[in-house]
Design a protein around this ligand. Structure first.
Ligand SMILES: Nc1nc2c(c(=O)[nH]1)N[C@H]1C(S)=C(S)[C@@H](COP(=O)(O)O)O[C@H]1N2
Ligand SMILES: [Mo]
Length: 413
C-alpha cells in the first residue's frame, strides 16, 4: 500500500486536537521531509479557531460494530480494479504517498474528539426545507441507486501551503442530483445547509450539491467510521469542510446562514486553490537528486507541474502521473525521466458526464530528477491548472481562505 512513509507520525500519535491559534508546525521542514508534519496540529493565524486534526491510536481506528463489506450493489470489484491500476501507475518515491492514499494514511479533520458511531441499518438521510416534497431515504435505498466508483481528492482549507491535509481515495458513491430532482427545491438563496450526526453543519450553493456524491465506500471497503460511516458527502473540487461526514440532512434554505467554520471566520465552502507540494527530496547514490510531490487544482485539473532549481529564474517541466485509468490517451510513460504526460488538449475535453467521479478532480503525482553541481540550490515548484492559470506566487496564510504561494526548498549538495 502506498504512503507508508508518511503515516508513521499520525498513526502513532493518539493526539486529539482542537486547538485555538497554536504555533503551526512549519510543514516546509528544513530537511525536506514531511514525516514530521503528517497529521500534526493544524493551526491558523492568531485569533482564528483552527481546524482540529484527529488521529487515533492504531487499533482503535475502526469501530468493531461496523461491517466492512460493501453492499452487493456497490460492485466492490470496480474499486479493486482502480486500486490495481493506480498502484501500477504510481511513482514509487520515498516519502510520498502513491496515487491513492491508504485508508489509515488519509488525513482526518473533525470538530469533536470522538466520532459518531452510526449503524447503516439505522441511518437515514432527510431532504427538507424549501422543497416541493421532503422525504427520507434509508441506506439500502441509497446504495440501490446509480452507483459510481472513482477518485476524489480532499484538501482542508486550514492546511499550510506545503502541509499534508491533502489525500486521494477511491470512493463508492451515488450522485446527489436524483435526490434533488425528487425534492424539487425552491427557496430564495439557491443554497443548502447540510447537517451531520456530530452537530456539524455547512452551508453552500445548490449548484455545488448538484454535482456532488454521497459516498458509502472508500478504497473498496465500507466507509470507515472516522471518514463518516455510513455515508458522507463528496463535493468534487471544493474545500474539504463541505464534504460533510456522518451526513443526516440536506435542508434547502430560503436565505443564507453561516456554516460551522464560517461562523468562526473561515471562508472554506468554495473551490480549492491550486497547489503543488514539494514533499520529498531524495539524493541518489549516482549524485542525482529527485524532488517530488503531489499537485491538485480541484475541478480545474492539473495540466503541468514546473520545477525551478535556480530560485525561480528558469522552469523545467516535471514528470506528471495521473490516476485516471479509463483514458488510454494519457498513457503516461514510466520509463523516461521528467516526461510531460498530459496535453492541454486532453484536459480541456468535456467530461463524459457531469456525474463522473475523479476524471480530472484527482490529484497528480510529480517528480523531477537532475544532477546538481555542488552548492546551494533553491528548488521552487508550481502547478499550472487546466485553464492555463499558473499557481500564484503571492503568499497567503491558510486563514481564512486557504494558503497561497509557491513551495520552495533550499537543497545543499
Ligand atoms: N460531520 C463532519 N463532517 C466534516 C467535518 C467534521 O468535523 N464533521 N470536517 C470537515 C473538514 S474541515 C474536512 S477538511 C473534511 C475532512 O475529511 P476527512 O476527515 O475524511 O479527511 O471533512 C469535513 N467534514
Ligand atoms: Mo477542513
Amino acid at each position: 500500500m502506498s504512503g507508508s512513509a508518511l503515516s508513521s507520525v499520525g498513526a502513532a500519535a493518539p493526539a486529539v486536537v482542537l486547538a485555538a491559534a497554536a504555533a503551526p508546525a512549519d510543514p516546509g521542514s528544513p530537511d525536506g521531509t514531511v514525516d514530521s508534519v503528517r497529521r500534526r496540529v493544524l493551526a491558523a493565524s492568531a485569533g482564528a479557531v483552527a481546524f482540529g486534526v484527529l488521529s487515533y491510536a492504531l487499533g482503535s481506528r475502526r469501530a468493531t460494530d461496523i461491517d466492512h463489506e460493501l453492499p452487493e450493489a456497490a460492485r466492490a470489484a470496480d474499486a479493486a480494479t482502480l486500486q490495481e491500476q493506480a498502484d501500477g501507475r504510481s511513482l514509487e518515491i520515498d516519502g510520498i504517498p502513491g496515487l491513492v492514499s491508504g485508508i489509515d494514511d488519509f488525513y482526518e479533520v473533525d470538530i469533536n474528539n470522538v466520532d459518531p458511531v452510526l449503524e447503516a441499518s439505522e441511518w437515514t438521510l432527510s431532504v427538507t426545507g424549501a422543497v416541493e416534497s421532503s422525504f427520507t431515504v434509508t441506506y439500502d435505498e441509497l446504495v440501490d441507486g446509480d452507483v459510481r466508483t472513482g477518485y476524489n481528492t480532499l484538501r482542508c482549507v486550514g492546511e499550510q501551503l506545503n502541509g499534508d491535509l491533502l489525500d486521494n481515495a477511491i470512493w463508492t458513491a451515488v450522485p446527489v442530483a436524483p435526490l434533488l430532482e425528487r425534492a424539487d427545491p425552491g427557496g430564495g438563496c439557491e443554497c443548502v445547509m447540510v447537517r451531520a450526526a456530530d452537530d456539524y453543519y455547512e452551508q453552500f450553493p445548490i449548484a455545488a450539491l448538484e454535482r456532488s456524491f454521497l459516498a458509502f465506500g472508500m478504497n473498496g471497503e465500507s466507509l470507515p467510521r472516522e471518514h463518516g460511516h455510513p455515508v458522507r458527502l463528496l463535493v468534487p473540487g471544493h474545500w474539504g469542510e463541505i464534504n460533510v461526514k456522518w451526513v443526516t440532512e440536506i435542508e434547502v434554505l430560503d436565505r443564507e446562514v453561516e456554516g460551522y467554520w464560517e461562523e468562526r471566520g473561515w471562508h472554506g465552502t468554495g473551490p480549492v486553490n491550486t497547489v503543488a507540494k514539494l514533499w520529498t527530496v531524495n539524493e541518489r547514490a549516482d549524485g542525482r537528486v529527485q524532488v517530488g510531490g503531489h499537485a491538485y487544482a480541484g475541478s480545474r485539473g492539473i495540466e503541468t507541474v514546473e520545477v525551478s532549481v535556480d530560485g525561480g529564474d528558469s522552469w523545467e517541466t516535471a514528470e506528471l502521473i495521473l490516476p485516471d485509468v479509463s483514458r488510454e490517451r494519457f498513457s503516461p510513460s514510466r520509463g523516461g525521466e521528467n516526461l510531460h504526460t498530459v496535453t492541454s488538449d486532453s484536459i480541456s475535453e468535456p467530461l463524459p458526464s457531469e456525474h463522473v467521479l475523479g476524471e480530472r478532480d484527482a490529484w497528480r503525482q510529480w517528480q523531477y530528477t537532475w544532477e546538481p553541481p555542488a552548492g546551494d540550490h533553491e528548488v521552487v515548484v508550481r502547478a499550472i491548472d487546466g485553464t492555463g492559470t499558473v499557481q500564484p506566487a503571492e503568499e497567503e496564510s491558510p486563514y481564512p481562505s486557504g494558503s497561497s504561494g509557491l513551495v520552495s526548498e533550499t537543497i545543499t549538495v
